[in-house]
Design a protein around this ligand. Structure first.
Ligand code: NAP
Length: 242
């Protein structure tokens, strides 16, 4: 049977490119989405034209009950989860002094606690099989810190700690846990920036281009096919970090 991959936030950007990448490489993909129904249906249609079927599941990953139902749906239908990609996330640009309690909680719940809760639901089945890959999408800002994105940086730094610790704990169960830290990737997350601002970012990147979602998806494919890499944080940033 094909390997089963659950990807959170697969309706747009990096998650969408990863869903495509894995589906085209014979994984059975369950693409989670929350608000972007049209976009996920579009992805499904696009792949169907190439005779590739993916499954989709609507769940808000800030809601424990919805996470539970999603994981149960996948396990009941496919009997296993070989690959979990914790990708869904949000960003916000604000001065630290302007971040409200609600902003803080929303950021930490969406970006960090979701990784805890989704992973917690998925893990027992992976541990039973003594096999699995978990990939958490963090950010270079989780490593270096970004001005005016303290809550985002904190959430992404939390993912790095979680990844490194869990990789040690799960190594005896043959479960590999890694994180990917993208730099500036061409997705809706950066759509607030105008052309001039994007040019400025590009000029600061030694590879002189911004990343594409496929650059991250390629690394995801590599990691899920690797059996001796665990506990790593892989930067995909054209060497932009300072
Ligand atoms: P994006 O294009 O804005 O897509 C975000 C995805 O997350 C969407 O599919 C969205 O689903 C999903 N999502 C958000 N909140 C959710 C929720 N409560 N429940 C379920 N799904 C939810 O962003 P992206 O750039 O692809 O970002 C993907 C990941 O990469 C994020 O963790 C982000 O922090 C990280 N990252 C991005 C960059 C970058 O430059 N783009 C850099 C570093 C790290 P719906 O639209 O269906 O709600």
């Amino acid at each position: 049977m094909a390997k089963v991959a659950l990807i959170t936030g697969a309706s747009r950007g990096i998650g969408r490119a990863s869903a495509k990448m894995l589906a085209k490489n014979n994984f059975k993909v369950i693409a989670n989405y929350n608000k972007s129904e049209e976009s996920i249906n579009d992805l499904k249609r696009e792949l169907k034209e190439e005779n590739i079927e993916i499954d989709t599941y609507k769940a808000d990953i800030t809601k424990k009950e919805e996470i539970k139902n999603m994981v149960k749906y996948v396990l009941d239908k496919y009997g296993k989860i070989d690959v979990l990609i914790n990708n869904a996330g949000i960003s916000q640009i604000k001065l630290f002094t302007d971040i409200t309690d609600e902003d803080w909680e929303n950021m930490l719940n969406t970006n960090l606690s979701s990784v805890f809760y989704v992973t917690k639901e998925v893990l027992p089945s992976m541990i039973n099989k003594k096999e699995g890959h978990i990939i958490n999408i963090t950010s270079v800002w989780g490593i270096t810190g970004a001005s005016c994105e303290v809550h985002y940086s904190a959430s992404k730094a939390g993912i790095i700690g979680l990844t490194k610790a869990l990789a040690k704990e799960l190594a005896p169960s043959n479960i590999k846990v890694n994180a990917i830290a993208p730099g500036f990737i061409n997705t809706d997350m950066n759509k607030e920036l105008n052309n001039e601002e994007v040019e400025e970012v590009k000029n600061e990147i030694p590879l002189k281009r911004i990343g594409e979602p496929e650059d991250v998806a390629n690394c995801i494919k590599y990691l899920v096919e690797s059996e001796y890499i665990t506990g790593q944080v892989i930067k995909i940033d054209g060497r932009m970090d300072k």
